[in-house]
Design a protein around this ligand. Structure first.
Ligand code: LUZ
Ligand code: MOS
Length: 764
């Protein structure tokens, strides 16, 4: 235990309890746990074609292979063959039809991974092909929607466009994105002696896994225990889609009465799982001669894949963020979740928000080019301000759109950056630099109000040590560190006195997934609630022991329980020991539900977000105009952290989110061909950013604000917002291309790969 309070406080600012384990390779993931004797290995045989009717399935050769224990098809499922979360449209194992390449058809159980692998290769199938759709606009035209259209409106765009001095229309596409979590999907199910099943899962959503497995097995939820120690990255890919593999192994374990494990190979994971939704969109923007945006219309065609998964929720967030950090008085935006024959797309950091923001940023860039001004002149004129209404009815409060923009502009001396870029471009005929601003405004809360609740369980053991459980899943985002900080600061103990337990559905039930950037807020507040209940009991005892008035304030600090006025104190351990001998309850269960939020879907109006997170990034890029290659010289950010409770963890989220966003906008090209085949099917032909493609400099200034009462310890959510800074990469590249070729035709089509840069440089 740290006895020196000042070193403890210093540490608290920068604690990430996971870092030492990670760098020593000691962190344990599902595949690192020792296997129980008799464990069987599962492997899925999946559809080799994107759409068709199964004519014949031959399992004979595969079944006869050594080590093969059983091959499980949809007919063996004791409960429902249905895993759809929002829409009931997704079987666990295909029945008559297949709808994407990678759709699970049967599952092999074998005594080794190799035997399972060989068996899958020996399965023969005949499928009568049906029409394949991969393009969302084509799906829309053919009436293939996964759920209903959504439309958000504010003011009257039709009238407003008539009064505009400038009106521009265009198209804008953004590509998908593979999650590339370092730990691939996987799960391990272990039958228990009482007939229940325990599942170790690499999931962001233990309760989603529990619900899905129970449904497939025809059991009630209390028969399924899900335990998550930590996961090696999620980024949304394991919000819903970890349930598939967990339900598979649970099914195998239930039928074989043996432990069953399935850790996907990277290639299987790339092929079978959904990704960020590609979008195709149409926009129309109207401005007055003062560059104020008067009206904005857009239609978003979301490529949802073959089943709904989380697409309807992702679609909704596209509309919520359609105007990013701008106030636009007249808005009319519609979104369509389109069914196509690729794997069901899913949550990915930003959850449809980035796709929406890219469209309005494209529209602004388009308008700036046509009018003959710089895009930032339009951006700066239209930033959100307190009292302004978002198209969904929420009124902006504590907007930091202006303050982050202005501080970024002045602190990083944008005028000077611009002057030196212009000088550079004049001196260099074949190397050009470009600059772009990227403001971000992201709403914090699940857009589905019901999901904004959390629970926690706290035990104080009678030696004074503390064990805490919450619904939060650690996926590398540092939430474990934050939970420990919260309990440590509540009890006035060093972090070493707090043990964070695994996330387990029997200790904390009915969890929302760790998602929506809200995990630390929701679980942290539930944890505070539990701690406060114990503290209240202890305060009563402390007053009695220290012979103080019932109104005396008691504080818990540095392992001491003190009265603030009277200088009386007792050691934490001593007080706990007394509490135990007096038979006080030293455990508590906490709950939190975000207050005041609501959303009325019939009107598409409400107050869905606890608060918004703001920030502004400035990008500088250098383009080699002979080769089309580029490097980001610097990204300079002013970010609204509120009062950051852990600057190291929060900075890590900014840097990681930024680079992931740049990857989406530049390098990461997800390609499905017209047959629905994934051509970017390995990490050799799907390029993610590495240290060489990361910006050479990243500056992050912490905008110190009041924070929000609804943010944990006033430290605002930080998981997703920085990803959207990455959109600035696209527009900085556009500016560099235009410096070389002012006539360049640049389609708004992300990612802006080197090939596309080259074509734009030399196109007319
Ligand atoms: N997941 C979800 C999310 O179910 N609802 C959301 O609003 C959300 N937002 C961001 C990321 N995941
Ligand atoms: Mo997420 S996209 O917050 O799982």
């Amino acid at each position: 235990m740290t006895k020196n309070p000042s070193s403890y406080k210093k540490k608290r600012k920068s604690l990430n309890i996971d870092s030492p384990l990670h760098v020593q390779g000691k962190t344990q993931y599902v595949d690192d746990l020792p296997e129980l004797q008799g464990t069987l290995f599962a492997k899925v045989f999946y559809s080799p074609i994107a759409h068709g009717k199964i004519q014949h399935l031959n399992l004979e050769k595969a079944t006869a292979l050594p080590g093969v224990v059983r091959i499980i098809s949809h007919q063996d499922i004791p409960g429902e063959n249905q895993i759809g979360g929002i829409v009931q449209d997704e079987p666990l194992l295909a029945e008559e039809e297949v709808h994407f390449i990678g759709q699970p058809i049967v599952m092999v159980l074998a005594t080794s991974e190799l035997a399972a692998h060989k068996a899958v290769k020996a399965i023969e199938i005949e499928i009568a092909p049906k029409e394949i759709i991969v393009d969302p606009k084509e799906a829309y035209q053919k009436g293939e929607l996964l759920s209903g259209k959504r439309r958000f409106q504010l003011g009257n765009t039709q009238e407003a466009f008539e009064a505009c001095d400038f009106v521009f229309e265009g198209e804008c596409d953004s590509g998908g994105q593979e999650h590339v979590y370092l730990e691939v999907q996987g799960a391990y199910a272990i039958p228990q002696t009482n007939g229940s099943i325990r599942i170790l899962s690499s999931t962001q959503g233990p309760t989603a896994v529990q619900r899905t497995a129970a449904r497939v097995l025809g059991l009630s939820m209390n028969q399924i225990e899900v335990d998550v120690n930590r996961i090696g990255g999620g980024f949304g890919g394991k919000e819903d889609q970890a349930s598939v593999w967990a339900a598979m192994v649970a099914l195998g374990a239930f039928l074989s009465e043996k432990p069953v494990k399935y850790i996907l190979e990277r290639g299987e994971d790339l092929q079978m799982t959904g990704k960020r939704h590609p979008y195709k969109s149409d926009y129309k923007i109207g401005l007055n001669k003062d560059l104020q945006i008067i009206a904005f219309e857009a239609s978003y065609f979301q490529n949802g894949g073959a089943a709904a998964d989380l697409s309807p929720a992702v679609l909704e967030r596209t509309l919520f963020h359609a105007t990013n950090s701008y106030f636009v008085p007249n808005v009319d935006v519609s979104a369509y979740p389109c069914r196509t024959n690729i794997p069901p797309n899913t949550a990915f950091r930003g959850f449809g928000g980035p796709q929406g923001m890219f469209v309005i940023e494209s529209a602004i860039h388009h308008a700036a080019r046509e009018i003959g001004v710089k895009p930032y002149e339009i951006q700066e004129k239209n930033l959100m301000f307190d009292g302004a209404e978002f198209s969904y009815g929420q009124i902006a409060a504590d907007s930091e759109a202006h303050s982050t923009w202005e501080q970024a502009r002045d602190r990083y001396d944008f005028n000077e950056m611009q002057a030196s870029v212009e000088a550079f471009n004049q001196q260099h005929p074949y190397i050009k630099k470009g600059l772009a601003f990227m403001p971000v405004c992201f709403g914090i809360s699940f857009t589905n109000t019901m999901m904004n609740q959390a629970r926690a369980l706290v035990h104080v053991y009678h030696d004074g040590s503390v064990g805490i459980s919450t619904g939060a899943v650690e996926m590398g985002q540092g939430v474990s560190s934050k939970m420990i900080q919260i309990a440590a600061s509540a009890f006035g103990l060093p972090p070493e006195s707090i043990k964070l337990e695994s996330t387990n559905t029997t200790r904390v039930a009915n969890t929302s997934p760790s998602a929506a950037s809200a995990t630390a807020d929701l679980n942290g507040k539930a944890l505070q609630d539990a701690c406060n209940q114990i503290l209240d009991r202890l305060k009563g005892l402390a007053r009695e022991v220290l012979q103080l008035e019932a109104t005396t304030d008691i504080s818990f600090q540095d392992e001491l329980v003190e009265s603030n006025g009277d200088n009386a104190s007792i050691a934490w351990q001593e007080l706990i020991s007394m509490a135990f001998s007096r038979r006080l309850n030293l455990s508590a269960k906490g709950h939190y539900a975000t207050p005041k939020i609501y959303f009325d879907k019939s009107r598409e109006k409400g107050h869905p977000f606890a608060y918004h997170v703001y920030g502004t990034a400035i990008f500088e890029v250098t383009v080699d105009c002979i080769r089309g290659n580029y490097e980001f010289d610097a990204v300079k950010i002013v970010h609204d952290f509120g009062a950051s409770m852990n600057e190291a963890v929060d900075l890590g989220q900014i840097e990681g989110g930024l680079v992931q966003g740049i990857g989406w906008m530049t390098l990461e090209e997800l390609i499905y061909n017209e047959k629905g085949e994934l051509k970017s099917n390995s990490l050799a032909n799907y390029k993610i950013p590495d240290i060489y493609s990361a910006p050479k400099e990243i500056h992050v200034h912490y905008l110190e604000t009041e924070g929000s009462e609804l943010a944990i310890l006033k430290s605002k959510a930080v998981g997703e917002p920085p990803l959207m800074y990455g959109i600035g990469a696209y527009f900085a590249l556009c500016e560099a291309i235009l410096a070389y070729n002012p006539e360049a035709k640049i389609p708004y089509s992300a990612p802006m790969t080197s090939e596309k840069v080259l074509m734009a440089l030399y196109g007319k």
